[in-house]
Design a protein around this ligand. Structure first.
Ligand code: ZN
Length: 252
C-alpha cells in the first residue's frame, strides 16, 4: 500500500509528513540518518521518500527512534531488518523498543479516545497501516549521551513523558528540532492546530511531558519537525509556550 506524503526540506533535513505520522531524513553527502520510520504499512513510503530526495536505502547509516510506539517503530523495525541497519534510542526506551513491555494504549483504553472527533476514522486508518502490530526491535541499542556519530550529527534531547525514554533530536547544522511526540502540531483526534502536547490518553506521564517542554524551549532551533502534523517555524521557546498555554497554564 502507498500513502501520500509531502516533503519539507530545511538545510540538510527532510520532514516527510503523511496524514497520520511523520519521519525525518538527514543528509550528509551520500549518507543519511533516518529518524523514526512510520507504521509497519509505511515501509514502501519511507523507501519512496528516500529515492525522491536522490538517495538509496543503502545510504542510511543508522536509524534513530524518538520513541518505541508502533507508528514510529513499526516501519523502522522492518527497514532495519531488511537493510541490516542499526537502531538507537534513549536508554530508558530500549526495553520498550525490544518489547520487554509496551507503553501503548491497548483495546481496554479505547473508551478514552473513541468519543473524540475523528477517532473512528483514525482507528480504521491506523489498523490498515499495521497499528495493532506488536513487533519490537530486539537489537535496539541506547545511544551515548551528546552528539551522535551519524549523518547530520544529531544531538539527543531527552524528553520523557510521552514514553519514559522519549528523545527529541536537535540538528544544529540545519537549525531543526525533531520533536517526535514530545511536541506535535496536529493529530487526527485533536481539533487544535499548532504546537501542542499529544492528547492526554496517549501520554504515559503527562506531568513529565509538561516538564520536557522546558528542554524543548532551551533548544536553539528555528524549525520544528514534529512526529505528527506539519512543520512549524519559530523559536522553540514559542513552540513550547504555545503547548503550555494549551494545557491551561502558562510559564514564561
Ligand atoms: Zn506517534
Amino acid at each position: 500500500m502507498t500513502t501520500p506524503y509531502s516533503i519539507t526540506r530545511i538545510g540538510d533535513a527532510y520532514h516527510v509528513s503523511t496524514e497520520h505520522v511523520n519521519w525525518v531524513l538527514v543528509e550528509d553527502g551520500h549518507d543519511l540518518t533516518l529518524i523514526d520510520g512510520g507504521y509497519p504499512g509505511n515501509v514502501e513510503d519511507v523507501e519512496r521518500s528516500v529515492r525522491e530526495i536522490g538517495h538509496q536505502m543503502r545510504d542510511i547509516r543508522g536509524i534513530l527512534l524518538t520513541h518505541a510506539h508502533v507508528d514510529h517503530l513499526g516501519g523502522a523495525a522492518r527497514i532495519a531488518a531488511a537493510y541490516d541497519i542499526d537502531v538507537w534510542t534513549g536508554e530508558a526506551e530500549v526495553p520498550h523498543a525490544r518489547r520487554d513491555h509496551l507503553q501503548q494504549l491497548g483495546p481496554a483504553a479505547l473508551p478514552m479516545v473513541i468519543w473524540r472527533h475523528g477517532a473512528v476514522g483514525w482507528l480504521l486508518d491506523i489498523t490498515k497501516l499495521g497499528g495493532t502490530d506488536r513487533d519490537g526491535i530486539p537489537e535496539a541499542q541506547a545511544y551515548d549521551a551528546g552528539r551522535l556519530d551519524l549523518p547530520g550529527s544529531p544531538v539527543a534531547v531527552p524528553t520523557p513523558g510521552h514514553t519514559d525514554g522519549h528523545t527529541a533530536f536537535h540538528l544544529p547544522g540545519s537549525g531543526v528540532l525533531v520533536s517526535g511526540d514530545a511536541l506535535i502540531t496536529a493529530h487526527a483526534v485533536s481539533r487544535k492546530h499548532g504546537p501542542q502536547l499529544i492528547v492526554r490518553p496517549f501520554s504515559h506521564d503527562r506531568d513529565a511531558a509538561r516538564r520536557s517542554l522546558d528542554a524543548i524551549a532551551a533548544v536553539d532551533a528555528a524549525t520544528l519537525f514534529p512526529g505528527h502534523g506539519p512543520v512549524w517555524t519559530g523559536t522553540m521557546r514559542d513552540a513550547a509556550g504555545q503547548a503550555r498555554a494549551g494545557e491551561g497554564f502558562w510559564r514564561p
